[in-house]
Design a protein around this ligand. Structure first.
Ligand SMILES: C[S@@+](CC[C@H](N)C(=O)[O-])C[C@H]1O[C@@H](n2cnc3c(N)ncnc32)[C@H](O)[C@@H]1O
Length: 183
């Protein structure tokens, strides 16, 4: 077991006690599948929490791949930073603290994969901020599109019907993940 595997397993075990809203191992497999498929150079994640999904992504990146992850809450960002260090992934994951609506403009590079998992009613705003940087066939993964269907309705309408994406929902029963490919 690598240090990253240990940190990921610890967060999963703690989740049963702390109810942290991590993507979790089941829905996380969609994210892992997309990382393996896209082999991204740059992944942008909105909503770091304690770093679980960032570590899951980083673990499956090609050597040159990097994650830039955005978190508004300074306290959880400190925990995420520590988890990333313990996992030995500080060279792969760049954590930016602040409101993503103000900080996403700092990316300045082509984005291959975007993972949306912060404030549900802001998914469309995050997408619009990153959209000019999404390369053709870039993949957008959005968590919680079933339990927060009302909050993400404008986002779902956009990725499904704007003609800019091919979009598909992966249903896990209680919740679902939307995967949208930029045309
Ligand atoms: C569902 S959790 C993220 C879980 C994480 N992606 C995982 O699966 O391990 C959502 C996170 O988004 C953060 N967040 C909410 N609004 C944000 C914003 N405007 N900018 C950056 N982060 C935000 C919250 O503080 C919270 O830590």
């Amino acid at each position: 077991m690598t240090p990253a595997d240990r940190v990921i397993a610890e967060i999963e075990q703690n989740q049963a006690k702390t109810y942290l809203p991590i993507i979790g191992p089941e829905k996380g497999q969609v994210l892992v599948k997309m990382v393996k498929l896209v082999r991204p150079k740059l992944v942008v994640e909105v909503g770091t929490l304690v770093g679980y999904s960032a570590l899951l992504i980083a673990k499956h990146l090609p050597d040159a791949g990097r994650v830039v992850t955005f978190e508004i809450d300074r306290e959880v960002a400190k925990i995420a930073k520590k988890n990333i260090e313990i996992a030995g992934f500080s060279h792969k994951i760049d954590l930016i603290v602040g409101d993503a609506k103000k900080t996403l403009g700092r990316i300045g590079k082509q984005v291959d994969l975007l993972f949306l998992d912060a404030a549900k009613e802001e998914y469309l705003a995050y997408l619009k901020l990153v959209e000019p940087l999404l390369r053709k066939k870039a993949v957008v993964v959005a968590d919680n599109v079933k339990i927060f269907a009302d909050d993400v309705s404008d986002f779902l309408e956009y990725v499904r019907y704007s003609g800019k994406y091919n979009s598909e929902v992966f249903d896990f029963g209680q919740d679902a993940v939307e995967v949208s490919i930029k045309l």
